[in-house]
Ligand binder design. Structure first.
Ligand SMILES: [Zn+2]
Length: 456
């Protein structure tokens, strides 16, 4: 047993300190320090005499295997796509999300669909529960081995025994190594187990997929620590009470980020939604105010989403601003631009912004739609449902061009939009699209005139 001493560790980022501190100097989180026993001897050091010198040798380019040729298809094409074309041998993947959102279901589907030998280690459910769930998902595959174990050393022994093509750990928070003192799920355990699994993945070239829970209160060791260790992070977003799930790559050493896939969830598991656009649009027949359609792009797929705003008189001295699915600071910036450049008084108003369907938008192309939704709610004039807005707003109140505009227009056209408002600064943009009129504006004022023209 390695020597241990007491230490305080940040749950969020894994930084440590000999004393308890309120605010983490490394990641800025508050009240995240917990006392743990720290291993003083580095147990995963390659200098511990266990290192296999034969396995690591410098190679010339002609001896290095090309990665694209060796990727493993999982049988779920959308999952393969967001990984950049399948799982890379020796890849270390973290599948994150809140409990109950579908992580185990997806992992089990991967195990059943891949038609390869998979070792599915579960510390969450017992084997018969997993069999029941697998039975609902699809035909049982005897290549998939279920192993109920939480001690990492035993898992590694079975891994070496069975030599699977994929190792799945459900979940990283339930397993523990006998080499470290604290309880499973603690920062030290999560970090040590992940480090050992990483070594296994790299040395055996067998991909390892680990499931990591995120809780809203952050009680379990957060996958933020894991993000640094793994090659790829895919995370479920959205509300677990809705029928669909959004799966997003947040980090990927072997592909582009962000990529996004939409799945529909029912009793028989997760089903890919190959054409997700329109999924987040709600056709409101009464043409209500405070709603505008945006065309965002995650990775290569454009996605049409509904932005919703509610502007109301502030009951308190300080107006409230809430943003769900959108950056709060950017909302404040947009409100300031609206006030200063379009002369619309919002400083004494409460503003609530929501992106429909639990989507999280990072694409600034949604700026104009958000502005339109806010103005629509503020003035109680609906935005015509045939209009799609797609431009970034700058601090000067100008409309900035966005990338891949042709893709976005085509997507909006497919969904039956007839007007598409873009920045006038797009260069070499084809203007003739069948059935959809491209409307160019250079400033926020021009754009608002175009969007609300039919109403006045
Ligand atoms: Zn921290």
């Amino acid at each position: 047993m390695a020597k241990t001493k007491s230490l305080f560790v940040c749950r969020e980022c894994g930084a440590d300190s000999p004393k308890w501190i309120g605010k983490c100097p490394s990641c800025g989180s508050w009240n995240t320090y917990v006392e743990e026993l720290k291993i003083t001897k580095p147990i995963n050091s390659r200098y511990d005499g266990l290192s296999n010198k034969e396995a690591t040798k410098p190679l010339s380019f002609d001896k290095i295997q090309s990665e694209s040729l060796t990727r493993i298809a999982t049988g779920i094409s959308e999952f393969d796509r967001i990984l950049g074309g399948g799982i890379v041998p020796g890849g270390f993947i973290l599948l994150g999300g809140e409990p109950g959102i579908g992580k185990s279901t997806l992992a089990l589907q991967l195990a059943l669909n891949s038609r390869k030998k998979v070792l599915y280690v579960s510390g969450e459910e017992n084997a018969s529960q997993i069999k029941m769930r697998a039975g609902r998902i699809g035909p049982l595959n005897n290549e998939c081995l279920i192993y109920n174990e939480t001690l990492l050393e035993d898992i590694i022994a079975q891994f070496n025994n069975e030599k699977p093509s994929l190792l799945i750990i459900d979940s990283i928070q339930t397993i523990y190594t006998g080499l470290a003192e604290p309880a499973p799920g603690s920062v030290t355990q999560v970090r040590e187990c992940a480090a050992q699994l990483l070594r296994i993945a790299k040395e055996s070239s067998v991909p390892v997929l680990i499931i990591g829970h995120i809780t809203k209160d952050g009680l379990l060791a957060g996958p933020k620590i894991l993000e640094h260790i793994v090659d790829t992070v895919v995370q479920f977003e959205g509300d677990q009470h809705l029928d669909f799930r959004i799966l997003r790559t947040l980090k990927n050493r072997f592909g582009a980020v962000p990529e996004l896939a939409i799945f529909e969830m029912d009793q028989s598991g997760l089903h890919q939604v190959l054409n997700p656009s329109g999924y987040f649009l709600h056709q409101n027949e009464n043409n209500l105010s405070g709603v505008a359609a945006a065309c965002t792009l995650d990775g290569i797929k454009p996605l049409l989403v509904e932005t919703q705003a509610l502007v109301s008189s502030s009951a308190y001295g300080t107006p409230q601003r809430t943003a769900t699915g959108f950056d709060y600071k950017r909302l404040n910036m947009l409100l300031a631009v609206l006030e200063k450049k379009a002369g619309m008084n919002v400083s004494n108003k409460d503003v609530f912004l929501n992106i429909a369907g639990g989507m999280k938008i990072q694409d600034t192309a949604a700026d104009l739609a958000i502005i339109a939704a806010i103005v629509s709610s503020r003035t109680d004039q609906p935005v015509n449902q045939t209009i799609c807005c797609c431009a970034e707003i700058s601090l000067t109140g100008e409309l900035r061009p966005v990338n891949k505009i042709e893709h976005r227009i085509e997507e909006a056209q497919k969904l039956g939009f007839t007007k598409f408002v873009v920045s006038a600064y797009h260069k070499n943009m084809p203007l003739n699209y069948k059935g959809i009129e491209i409307q160019k504006a250079s400033s926020i004022n021009d754009a608002l005139k175009l969007i609300f023209r039919g109403n006045s």
